[in-house]
Structures are given as C-alpha cells and as structure tokens.
Design a protein around this ligand. Structure first.
Ligand SMILES: Cc1cc2nc3c(=O)[nH]c(=O)nc-3n(C[C@H](O)[C@H](O)[C@H](O)COP(=O)(O)O)c2cc1C
Length: 177
C-alpha cells in the first residue's frame, strides 16, 4: 500500500482547513511545511503540497524547490488556495508563475479560499495595497477586482471555502499510476 503526506503552509487558516480535509479523505499524514518536514518527504510515495496564494506566489513552494530532483518516482501534486475565482486563466497563470524548471511537470489544483481582513497582519495588508497599486504587478485584473470588492463589505470578510474544490485532486491521487 502506498503512503502519503500532505505539507501545508497557511497564513490565515484556509489552506490548513483544506489540507486537513484532504488528509482525512486520503488517509495521509498531515504536516506544516518547514525545513524539517521537507527532509522526511522521501519516506512517502504520494506528496501533496498545499499553500495559500500571496501576491501570485504559492506560499511554501519555494522551500520545496531544492528537493524537487529527488521526486521523479513519486506522485506529487500542488494545491493552491487563493481569493481569485476558479478558472482556467488563473490556474494557468499560477502554474506558469510558480511551477517552473524541475517543478513544471507537477500538476496544479486550485481551491478558492477566504479573505478575512481581521486575520491579515499589518505587513501583509500593506504589501497587498502596494501590490495592487504597483504598475509592475503581473496578476490578472480579475483578482484585483475580487480583492477590491472585499473592502466594501461591512465585515471585511469573504469566504469561498468549499470542500467540492478538492474533488479533482482527490480523484487524481486515488488514480492508480
Ligand atoms: C497580502 C495578500 C496577497 C494576496 N494575494 C493573492 C493573489 O495574488 N492571488 C489570489 O488568488 N489570492 C491572493 N490573496 C488571497 C489569499 O490567497 C487568500 O486569503 C487565501 O485564503 C489565503 O490562504 P491561507 O488562509 O491559507 O493563508 C492574497 C491575500 C493577502 C493577504
């Protein structure tokens, strides 16, 4: 029987919630991404990396890059959790932006997360403002529309969390190679 591990990196908790659901459904070990956890991944046949999207970067993925050469005989997938809607343009953009070089053969799955103003730290709020105004940002316009909408809600809280987003990834991991 194959063994699996889910590594997640989350700032406001939504990716952690998706990672927990995946771990329950697939019966995989669940660990927060860190240098120590990455050193153990070679013990597993199936690996899922889950990370929140911050300014188009999948949180935690950079740390993983240096292990990527060792994964050729493993089944690996990435789950990105962002505020943008779930469409082909966003997924292609995130893949091209994050899964480069050795990581490019890894399939990317996407789940919509949440925008919970109260849980975002001041540094990230400032970064987000700068990023949205920056003429150098590459992010699709659609994301900026989504994020700007959140500023007009009375609670500054948007939650698109939905376990249904995980179905394609669960089916992929259950497929026999
Ligand atoms: C500073 C900042 C930048 C963000 N940048 C993006 C982005 O580029 N694309 C996106 O889809 N979502 C973006 N988001 C939304 C987060 O991806 C979303 O809140 C997600 O649920 C975060 O996952 P986490 O709760 O696991 O940290 C951003 C949020 C913050 C606070």
């Amino acid at each position: 029987m194959s063994t699996g591990i889910i590594l997640y990196k989350s700032k406001t908790g939504t990716t952690k919630k998706y990672a927990q659901l995946l771990a329950d459904e697939l019966d995989y070990t669940l660990v927060e991404t860190s240098e120590n956890s990455l050193q153990n991944i070679l013990d597993y046949d199936h690996i899922i990396l889950c990370g929140g999207v911050y300014n188009s970067e999948i949180y935690g993925l950079m740390m993983f890059e240096r292990y990527s050469r060792l994964l050729s005989n493993k089944k690996v997938a990435v789950l990105a959790v962002g505020a943008s809607s779930n469409n082909e343009m966003i997924i292609t953009y995130l893949k091209e932006h994050n899964l480069t070089r050795e990581l490019s053969p890894i399939p990317l799955f996407y789940a919509r997360g949440a925008w919970i103003e109260q849980m975002i730290n001041t540094k990230d709020k400032l970064r987000s403002l700068f990023y949205r105004q920056s003429p150098y940002r590459e992010d699709p316009i659609e994301l900026n529309t989504q994020l700007n909408q959140t500023e007009t809600t009375p609670t500054n809280r948007f939650n698109w969390f939905n376990p249904e987003y995980l179905q394609p990834l669960i089916s992929y991991m259950k497929e026999t190679a």
